[in-house]
Design a protein around this ligand. Structure first.
Ligand SMILES: [Zn+2]
Ligand SMILES: [Zn+2]
Length: 122
């Protein structure tokens, strides 16, 4: 199993979607590969779903420092969430620009949610 395979499968692994064979291969790779092992434990500590659900608080730095560290760790090893954060930041800055043009200061929360829901990693 390659790192790429591992990255692709780790989320399904954590959701319990893999076959026994796949699971064994994944566990074996994690045992031999420190960076993939780190990724797996970060995703175990905080699932991608939780990451996405609390992303708003994370970006706005409303999380307690200890909790934010868990998010940092997850983000450092999870390409899915990294690209989600990217698109979140882009969405926010685009919306902010648009609102400025319209002369409004606040972005309607439901607008942001609608955009983000469309992009959520599955
Ligand atoms: Zn690896
Ligand atoms: Zn993730």
């Amino acid at each position: 199993m390659t790192h790429e395979d591992f990255k692709k499968l780790v989320h399904e692994y954590l959701r319990g979607l893999l076959t026994d064979d796949q699971r064994r291969e994944l566990e074996q790779h994690a045992a031999e590969c420190p960076s993939c092992e780190k990724m797996m434990s970060a995703c175990q500590e905080l699932t991608c779903r939780e990451f996405v659900d609390f992303l708003h608080a994370y970006i706005d730095m409303e999380l307690p420092a200890k909790r934010a560290t868990v998010f940092d760790r997850h983000l450092a090893v999870c390409p899915d969430c990294e690209s989600y954060v990217d698109s979140y930041r882009r969405t926010m800055s685009l919306s902010t620009e648009a609102m400025k043009t319209l002369g409004k200061r606040e972005i309607p929360e439901d607008l942001v949610r609608a955009i983000l829901d469309a992009r959520k990693p599955s």
